[in-house]
Design a binder for this molecule. Structure first.
Ligand SMILES: *Cc1c(COP(=O)(O)O)cnc(C)c1O
Length: 397
């Protein structure tokens, strides 16, 4: 394959909204991917925290093959067994009683925001529609979700944004307490801020938000699009905090790479979404839901959350050993296999250096290296990644 020609066409035909690395990936297997020149990479981003079972996992590939040869799509005018089984499995393994399926994280959050407004208006008052989100959050790119996303760089140029949103600093219970009033329909937060820099809140933050919501009647929406499905060492990140949300959104790893989004909630709240109030053409097709079902069953049966906890601890220990040397690491933080390595300098050249050395990593903001490898990663893969990161961060002689 002529890589130069492909990249020239990419430069000519794509909208220029992504800053992509100058490689073209053609194949994946487990924690590894290969580019069009045959070069091999360890994928410590798992796409964007998506391929938790690695690339081309046999159970996922099997489900894709079977669904493609059985029934790819029918509309939500009819029932299909995989969608029912997936909703049942998600409810049996979470706080939730009801599930709505869409196609992406942003769509899951849109469903959550629409539901919260409708519920609060019907249950309390017609002017109870405000959503409080946090600075530095990431909730998606549609108008409502980019409004909820508390980062000016994602909003600039797209104004006017959706009315009825407020932002307060993350991990600041007092600020949230001051912001809540009788117009607050819901609080929307990530249990760990992913995109914003892998910020793990204090242990009392989520329980504190739960209490504020219980006292005020506002709904607690947890965006677990990045943290869910085992990544942080529990199936859902809220389990670390010993609380339950009113609404939870999922996407990324839920079908290991096939596009899906899900919005989970309790019975009483779900009732606000009566027939005809919301929907999606592609949401929850038999194809995506059978792939998600295979993914979820594998994650649960093979105890992937425990594995994420164990390997995450070892990887963070290794990174902290690197931090003890002259690497410019200022902090190593995270939970399970969602890890942020804060640097004293811009991260972009380090991401490039790692890639040149055969390791794909993510960034989170300007100065944070983000690691989110597949949960099937082995200790020897982590050792290889640590060696490459160590060399990329070593001072130039
Ligand atoms: C990725 C992400 C989203 C957006 O998901 P899309 O599928 O890109 O719409 C929303 N919230 C969080 C926490 C995410 O990590």
């Amino acid at each position: 394959m002529d890589t130069k020609q492909l990249l020239a066409w990419a430069a000519q035909y794509h909208t220029p909204n992504y800053s992509r690395a100058p490689i073209c990936l053609v194949r994946g297997d487990g924690v590894r991917v290969w580019d069009s020149d045959g070069k091999e990479y360890l994928d410590f981003g798992a796409g964007l925290a998506v391929a938790s079972l690695g690339h081309c996992h046999p159970r996922v590939t099997g489900a894709i093959r079977e669904a493609a040869a059985t029934l790819l799509h029918v509309s939500n005018l009819y029932h299909t067994a995989p969608q029912i089984h997936l909703a049942k499995l998600l409810c049996e393994h979470s706080f939730a009683d009801r599930v709505f399926f869409g196609n992406s994280g942003a769509e899951a959050n849109e469903a959550a925001l629409k539901l919260a407004r409708k519920y609060a208006r019907e249950r309390y008052a017609s002017d109870r529609y405000e959503i409080i989100a946090t600075h530095n959050a990431f909730h998606g790119r549609t108008f409502a979700t980019v409004t909820a996303t508390g980062q000016a760089k994602y909003q600039h140029g797209f104004e006017p944004l959706v009315p009825g949103f407020k932002h307060v600093p993350y991990n600041d219970l007092r600020a949230m307490e001051r912001a809540i009033d009788n117009r607050t329909a819901a609080i929307l937060v990530e249990p760990i801020q992913g995109e914003g820099g892998v910020h793990v809140p204090d242990d009392d933050y989520l329980p504190g938000l739960r209490k504020l919501c219980d006292e005020s009647g506002a709904l607690l929406i947890l965006d677990e699009i990045q943290t869910g499905v085992g990544r942080t060492g529990r199936l859902w990140a809220y389990e670390h905090a010993g609380i339950e949300p009113d609404i939870m959104t999922l996407a990324k790893a839920l079908a290991n790479g096939v596009p899906i989004g899900a919005m989970l909630t309790r019975e009483e709240i779900a009732r606000a979404l009566g027939p005809g109030t919301h929907g999606s053409t592609f949401g929850g097709t038999p194809f995506v839901t059978s792939v998600a079902l295979a993914t979820m069953q594998t994650i649960i049966e093979e105890k992937m959350p425990e594995r994420a906890a164990r390997l995450g601890r070892a990887l963070m220990d290794g990174l902290r050993r690197l931090a003890a040397g002259p690497t410019g690491i200022t902090e190593v933080r995270g939970r399970g296999l969602l890890i942020g390595v804060a640097l004293d300098r811009p991260v972009a050249p380090i991401v490039d250096a790692c890639r040149d050395a055969g390791l794909l990593v993510l960034s989170a903001g300007e100065r944070v290296l983000r690691l989110a490898p597949p949960l099937i990663v082995e200790t020897r893969d982590c050792d290889e990644a640590l060696a490459i990161i160590g060399r990329a961060l070593a001072p130039r002689a």
